[in-house]
Design a protein around this ligand. Structure first.
Ligand code: PMP
Length: 444
């Protein structure tokens, strides 16, 4: 009989699949290492097993213990798979930008999920990092694997991902392109391939434009692609820049477009960090000769992102995709990103009231910095009614209202008019950037 004793035995040995359509005009061979073939659906299964094995060996994790980790989902699934088999409780903290489907997936594996705000600093007590630190200390038998600092993460890629690429390409790989989140994948895989090739294999990282690894901006900018990049000036220990030759920044718009193309043209329904990595890989491959072999790692599948990159309405409202309107908002409205009225999260209620009254509206968007901003800088709204009802000591953050209505530059005037009939204002977005604030009556 052919069977395995547990699903975890199927981790690794993922296939290389040649890209044929998105590579049009490219002479080099571009091979995707498709990690959704892992049993938990992502590359993170590989590190999960190694992190738990090591913690058991060192005595950090004891029978009946609790695993607490800040994770955008995939590491959680991997950890939950192994924890289930070995009888550990799992608690995961996730930033609120992570899709609901992904959170429900974690719960399906029996894990507990705590949602934390995305738009706060790493050190803020509300951040998903800080909350996980606190819980790991408070809960008896608590253990935090900490994929950002745990060197068993890169070690698992040195032991499996790297050797698989070398073996399956028969040592012919010339370039690897890998998205950087914790940096574990690129550091372990890169180190192995550098060693085996005598330094010849080019190890190329990529991250969302605005993240710190490629550092194209003076200040980091929030981006919408999940699972990769980093927003603050703190390089994780899992990231070893010595084995990385270059890091290519990829704007969200390019990542999302390539993600959708991989599904439609290659039959690979993958997550947005895969589109990001593939977009970078094509830039690398563009000028390479026919004997070059570029391997790009696609970390996860697309089912956790059905409400975002694979949802036309979401793509349209964020200004990444047009709809069928013949006249677009971009043709009708002047973009003035620096002139968008706002309230800052740290403003006093007195100054918030003044800003709202000056704008002639009854509410305004609340931002973490002054415009121009990306949508990730906008954390909610605040209205005169809320201020009137607030305690005298309250701050803007205490009484934050829902996220504002959004409309995309490629949508038509009718969509915006409909939104403005039931909202005080709407933000006009192009490629995830806030370009203008639309007021009722402005478009008639
Ligand atoms: N893509 C996705 C979807 C991920 O969840 C992660 C892990 N955060 C990565 C890419 C990046 O991998 P690494 O953490 O090894 O850099």
């Amino acid at each position: 009989m052919k069977y395995v004793n547990h699903v975890s035995e199927l981790i690794g040995n993922t296939p290389l699949i040649k890209l044929n359509s998105v590579t049009e005009g490219i002479n080099a061979t571009v091979l995707a290492k498709v990690e959704y073939f892992n049993p938990g659906g992502s590359i993170k299964d590989r590190i999960a097993e190694k992190l738990i094995d090591a913690a058991e060996a060192s005595g950090q994790l004891k029978p009946g213990g609790t695993i607490v980790e800040p994770t955008s989902g995939n590491t959680g699934i991997g950890l939950a798979l192994i924890a289930q088999q070995r009888g550990y409780r799992c608690i995961f903290t996730v930033p609120d930008k992570v899709a609901e489907d992904k959170r429900n997936t974690l719960k399906a594996y029996g894990a507990e999920v705590i949602v934390c705000p995305t738009a706060v600093a790493h050190v803020d007590p509300r951040s998903y990092y800080s909350v996980s630190d606190r819980l790991a200390k408070e809960i008896p038998g608590g253990f935090k694997p900490d994929q950002y600092s745990n060197l068993n993460g890169p070690a698992s890629h040195y032991a499996s991902t790297g050797p698989e690429i070398w073996k399956d390409t028969e040592g012919k790989v010339t370039h690897v392109v890998i998205g950087v989140g914790t940096g574990g994948t690129i550091s372990g895989t890169g180190k192995y391939l550098k060693e085996l090739s005598g330094g010849k294999v080019q190890v190329i990282g990529c991250d969302p434009k605005g993240s710190i690894y490629s550092k194209t901006e003076t200040n980091s900018m929030p981006y919408l692609v999940e699972g990769v990049g980093r927003g603050d000036d703190f390089l994780p220990a899992a990231y070893n820049s010595d084995v990385v030759d270059e890091v290519i920044p990829v704007p969200d718009a390019e990542s999302f477009e390539m993600t959708r193309r991989l599904a439609r043209e290659e039959g690979l329904m993958v997550g947005p960090s895969c589109g990001m990595a593939a977009a970078a890989a094509l830039k690398v491959a563009k000028d390479l000769p026919a004997d070059a072999v570029v391997v790009v790692i696609l970390p996860d599948g697309g089912r956790g992102y059905l409400a975002k990159v694979y949802n036309d309405a979401w793509m349209q409202a964020h200004g990444f995709l047009g709809d069928d309107a013949s006249v677009k908002l971009a043709d009708k409205v002047a973009f003035n990103p620096a002139g968008v009225p706002f309230v800052l999260e740290n403003d006093s209620l007195v100054s918030a009231r003044q800003s709202i009254e000056d704008s002639g509206l009854t509410s305004l968007p609340v931002m973490v910095k002054t415009p121009p901003v990306r949508i990730g800088h906008v954390i909610g709204t605040i209205s005169l009614t809320q201020i009137d009802a607030a305690a005298p000591t309250a701050t803007v953050k205490d009484i934050l209202g829902a996220k504002p209505a959004l409309v995309g530059s490629g949508q038509g005037v009718e969509v915006a008019k409909k939104l403005l009939a039931s909202n005080d204002f709407a933000l006009l977005l192009h490629d995830g950037e806030v370009e203008a604030l639309l007021k009722p009556g402005q478009l008639s």
